[in-house]
Design a protein around this ligand. Structure first.
Ligand code: PDD
Length: 287
């Protein structure tokens, strides 16, 4: 197997050789932000939008962006070129850097900048065709879920609940309304209308979420971006998960109860096809 090549603080190197000091604030405090960018046929999907969200996350933790968008773009292309496989998943992370342990921000410390790429693993065909089971949980995370922070302990604890239950994801509610899942956004369909929780501090503004909303609007799928009460989600005809790695995936059971008729619904099938077409179009344009 070919060695993964990663980027760390100005240099490319094999993954095995990449090292960071134990006092890195990412390790000590989870003080950093990240992005995950899907790559199809060596084309970085929606890179400008990912860089825009990165800036939002950096602003949210008051950390200056160490690179310009042009530098990020070049770096991301370099990482893709140096790694194998046409479909990849590029991960980048910035932390506040290395400093003696103290909660407050250190002065004049260089941020740690890391980028790697792994093979993109999208859901197997069977999952797309049959849908997945999910469980639910109370969303106990903090109130800045719009920041793509590396402090993911809440998300990890929640995700593990679904793994323990043999489910694919955990759909979360806060104060009686749907938020998102541990590593994906959530949509529901009721009476043919696609409902999406609004982008605010309670959810990550997903890049895939935006693509789905754009495709729904362009294809006249009735759409309502509003708070979704828990009972509306639980009794929806369709529930979907979206993320850069999951793309669009149907949830066919929630806490053991069947959603719709237990198969991915008609609106999902339409959106899944639109999403695949859109990907092809974007890649053709980039080629
Ligand atoms: N996660 N919500 C959460 C909490 C997420 O972690 C993610 C993505 C999303 C979907 O965002 P996007 O469509 O931009 O991928 C929503 C990534 C894939 C991860 O952490 O690996």
């Amino acid at each position: 197997m070919a060695t993964d090549i990663v980027y760390l603080n100005g240099e490319f190197m094999p993954l095995e050789e990449a090292r960071i000091p134990v006092l890195d604030r990412g390790f000590i405090f989870g003080d950093g932000v990240y992005e995950v960018i899907p790559v199809y046929s060596r084309h970085l999907f929606r890179l400008p939008e990912h860089l825009q969200r990165l800036q939002h996350s950096l602003d949210g933790i008051r950390l200056a962006n160490p690179l310009t968008d042009a530098e990020w773009t070049k770096l991301a292309h370099d990482i893709v070129a140096r790694n194998q496989g046409d479909d990849q998943s590029v991960y980048l992370q910035i932390t506040r850097g290395v400093a003696r342990r103290a909660h407050e921000f250190p002065g004049h410390v260089k941020p740690t900048v890391f980028m790697m790429s792994s093979p993109l693993v999208t859901p197997p065909r069977e999952q797309v065709e049959k849908g997945v089971a999910c469980i639910t949980a109370t969303d106990f995370r903090w109130l800045k879920c719009d920041i793509k922070s590396v402090s993911l302990l809440g998300n990890c604890l929640l995700k593990q609940l679904s793994v323990d239950a043999g489910a694919a994801e955990v759909v979360m509610f806060r104060d009686g309304c749907l938020t998102e899942a541990s590593a994906s956004n959530v949509f529901v369909v009721r009476s043919g209308v696609l409902l999406a929780p609004p982008k605010n501090h309670l959810i990550l503004p997903g890049i895939t979420y935006d693509v789905v909303l754009e495709l729904a609007a362009a294809n006249k799928i009735p759409l309502d971006v509003r708070e979704v009460p828990e009972h509306e989600a639980r009794t929806a005809q369709e529930i979907w998960l979206t993320s850069s790695t999951r793309e669009v995936l149907a949830v066919t059971s929630l806490d053991g109860r069947t959603i719709g008729d237990g198969k991915p619904g008609a609106v999902f099938r339409r959106m899944h096809a639109l999403y695949q077409d859109y990907k092809q179009t974007v890649m053709r344009r980039a080629a």
